[in-house]
Design a protein around this ligand. Sequence first.
Ligand code: FO1
Length: 318
Amino acid sequence: MIVGLAGGVGGAKLLQGLALALPDVALTAIVNTADDFELYGLHISPDLDTVLYTLAGLANPTTGWGIAGDTRVTLDAIARLGRDPWFILGDQDLATHILRSERLKAGTPLSAIMAEFASALGVSTTILPMTDDTVATMVDTPAGRLEFQEYFVHRHQEDDVLGVEFVGGADSSPAPGVLDAIAAAELLVLCPSNPIVSIGPILAVPGIREAIERASAPVVAVSPIVGGKALKGSAGKMMRELGKEVSARAVAGEYLRLIDGFVLDQVDAHLLQSVSSLGVRALATPAVMRTVDDRVALARTVLDFARTVRTGRALEVE
Ligand code: FO1
């Protein structure tokens, strides 16, 4: 079994590559839910839905999130009633949020709801939320403490980031199946998602980091930073504002003692030695996934590389 930890768009793309490269191997995705929020009384789970739609072949190819060809009739009507439709929810996408909210209100755990959705859409990958509990990424800025989507979408990531907190994280428990999947994994992949606000919340759920540290499988991370910039989203700007270097090497540094191998893009090949000096095996390869073929190719490279990395995360650190 292969287990991938993922946030939204970048993580979903590599998960799709893994699913297509190894159609007969069980794949489990453990997905960030700390970006979840409520809007119009509905529970929105952006990263879970991005993974679900991508694996179902439904994702909007331009944005990576939302559903291809979706319309905005409801959102236009919401705007006509005087509300600023700052978060784009297509009509088909809204069906997911309506049903999920109804099921949550009836007491069904998020993990069970995602299993139902995956089955309905013919997705064989097990898509697990990191937790069924409520965890919320809060971003501290000069304008005050902001909910993640308020910072990320509504305010266009323009505020300086002074700090990040995963409220509820310390009191949360892994969703059913998460720890078992990690223990049973033959390979663990930290997908190319923001290390701070996508993978960070998953590792903050008590028990998950420890389970990965204990896992006998090799752990390989793929850098979301290419050429000193984030492929998507706010990782670069956020890392800089938090006083971190914006580089693939800094991402590897975030995962110290957790990973055995690190995959970075070929344009960052000059960082290989510096990543190796962290005690992590490193590989440079084309890591930008523009097409579905790119996703499969990167997945195959990660799988081949994982066979060569030595597990033993207590490696010496410079
Ligand atoms: N990202 C945006 O930048 N703008 C949006 O309006 C937006 C809407 C949206 C709707 C559903 C969904 O599943 C994701 C959506 N995203 C949108 C992506 C999302 O906000 C972020 O990419 C993730 O939360 C970060 O991983």
